[in-house]
Design a binder for this molecule. Structure first.
Ligand SMILES: [Zn+2]
Length: 293
């Protein structure tokens, strides 16, 4: 499976010493990002231009410091672009040429799936920061650490790193068929793979077995790693596996999964798009098994 697209984004905590040319500023509002319309395409806004729009007037306001909640944060590079992110408020009016775009529509609108990964990282970091403004142990206000990406409590010494929640997602094969399931939370007619969060004390393989047992009541064998992908809504890392059907009959849990079945490559239902790891594996299955006699 091709997972190279995410590699265009190289996460980093501190910007390189020499200024990077043409830096970007990712301005995130909930699950939307502010984009610049360049006529024939849309792009992540130029950092200097957007900074003037966002904070120009504030900086000119004599004696008023730029406050924590409007500060920007460096998150790494994307090709030649140094990347910064910041949170923006809802309901603000933007100058002509700027538009808010749903993160989930970014790939379709730009043709670049790597931008989805990049903006997801911005969303993840900003969400984590906003959720950790106060120490969970003593309640004091936290401050961003200077030497690494973490929030620190100067009162009790608590250090809070970005939380990453691993989850597994599994393609279950039964000869030439794939198990697909409809989750209660999915859009109408959409089918996907079995997925779920890893529990404390559990290995990834155990998570795969448990989620499948709980949600569709079958047993699997030969669990093999397939690929992984960040899923920053808000803080997940999806670890994808392939497993073979072992025994049992499908019995959906009716809590999360309301329908499930075995599908051949040439007769798939509606499936997720290629931004998600599920969408990628199901298309891999269609390629691999669709061409067999
Ligand atoms: Zn504390």
């Amino acid at each position: 499976m091709d997972s190279m697209e995410g590699l265009k984004y190289l996460p980093a905590f501190q910007a390189a010493e020499k200024p990077e040319g043409n830096a970007w500023l990712l301005a995130i509002e909930n699950r939307r990002i502010l984009m610049k319309n360049l006529g024939d395409r849309i792009s992540i806004p130029d950092r200097d231009e957007l900074k003037r729009i966002l904070w120009g007037s504030i900086k000119e306001d004599a004696g008023k410091a730029v406050t924590e909640d409007i500060a920007e944060e460096y998150i790494g590079s994307y090709g030649e672009h140094g990347c910064y992110c910041t949170r923006i408020n809802e309901g603000r009016e933007w100058p002509e040429g700027f538009q808010l775009v749903e993160l989930r529509e970014l790939t379709a609108l730009t043709g670049d799936p790597g931008l989805f990964i990049l903006s997801g990282a911005a969303h993840h970091i900003l969400h984590w920061k906003s959720m950790n403004q106060y120490c969970g142990r003593c309640g004091h206000k936290t401050v961003a650490k200077k030497d690494e990406r973490a929030m620190a409590c100067n009162n009790c010494g608590n250090v809070i790193y970005p939380r990453i929640s691993p989850a597994t997602i599994t393609a279950i094969l039964r000869e030439d068929r794939l198990l697909l399931a409809h989750n209660r939370n999915f859009g109408q007619g959409l089918y996907s793979l079995i997925a779920g969060y890893v529990e404390p004390g559990e290995s990834l393989e155990q998570c795969v077995e448990r989620e499948i047992r709980e949600e569709v009541g079958i047993k699997v064998k030969n669990i093999r790693y397939f690929s992984s992908q960040p899923w920053s809504f808000p803080d997940s890392l999806m670890v994808a596996f392939i497993a073979e059907y072992d025994s049992g009959e499908i019995e959906v849990d009716k809590i999360e999964i309301v329908d499930a079945g075995w599908y051949r490559a040439d007769a798939l239902p509606l499936i997720p798009n290629t931004d998600s790891v599920a969408g990628k594996i199901i298309r891999w299955f269609r390629e691999e098994y669709g061409k067999k006699e």
